[in-house]
Write a protein that binds this ligand. Structure first.
Ligand code: A5P
Length: 235
């Protein structure tokens, strides 16, 4: 990533940090943008801020723990004040999202659903005119019989590809395994004109665990560009 892209992500993360106040339970997102919140948050914890973080992935949990941020599971802390997470695509003004390129979509969605205020941080490259145009839609599926789900998804007009293992996770010929022990089918649609309808269709498929469409979930997007940080409330 270029230094400029990282600078924008950090600007969005820093703006979101200001929303975290003493005593809050905070959902901690996954991905390169959400991770940029962790070090500044840890610095504020060292300075006396009392928070408890609920991580959305094993990776974020490890990073946050190493930085000394107090953590709880979603079972221990079932209600969160705020969650700060990234996204792969953001559609304005509805703040409909595609997430899951990092594979953490299931825990991200559970944490988001348990949160008063879901805040998305991103550089402006994540803003899209139509969902599904930049990246395929990730669908997390049970490994048993995953080809059945792939067939159903194909019938919806996409080309599902079984995500290969991330470098270092397994031999490269093996599938990627989520924190929940499942596979991911990356589904390339030409466009997603009706995200809610598609979300409902995919959710009804036996074998689907979760999909990366977040409809009506994000309350606020903090988007950094070269000219500054913009805030978009959900319409
Ligand atoms: C993780 O599963 C995703 O939903 C991330 O939120 C998303 O991939 C954003 O990651 P970056 O901030 O690295 O682009």
């Amino acid at each position: 990533l270029s230094g400029e892209a990282n600078r924008l992500k950090q600007a969005a993360a820093d703006a979101a940090l200001e929303l975290i106040t003493d005593g809050m339970a905070v959902g901690l997102g996954s991905g390169s943008t959400a991770e940029l919140l962790l070090a500044p948050l840890a610095a504020r914890v060292r300075a006396g801020l009392r928070v408890v973080g609920v991580p959305t992935s094993e990776r974020t949990a490890t990073l946050a723990r190493d930085l000394g941020i107090p953590l709880a599971s979603l079972v221990e802390q079932p209600h969160l004040d705020i969650t700060i997470d990234g996204a792969d695509e953001i559609l304005l003004p509805s703040l409909t999202l595609v997430k899951g390129r990092g594979g953490a979509l299931l825990r991200e969605k559970l944490v988001a659903a348990s949160t008063d205020r879901e805040v998305i941080i991103a550089d402006e490259g994540k803003l899209v005119a139509a969902l599904g145009t930049h990246l395929p839609l990730p669908v997390e599926v049970i490994p048993f019989g995953w080809q059945y789900v792939a067939g159903l998804l194909r019938a919806l007009g996409c080309e599902p590809v079984l995500r290969p293992a991330a470098p270092g996770q397994l031999a490269t010929a093996q599938p990627y395994i989520t924190d929940g022990g499942n596979y991911v089918l990356d589904c390339r649609f030409s466009a997603i004109p009706d995200p809610l309808k598609l979300a409902q269709q995919i959710k009804l498929m036996t074998g689907v665990v979760e999909h990366g469409l977040f409809v009506g979930v994000a309350a606020l997007a903090i988007v950094a560009g070269p000219t500054g940080v913009r805030r978009f409330e959900r319409d």
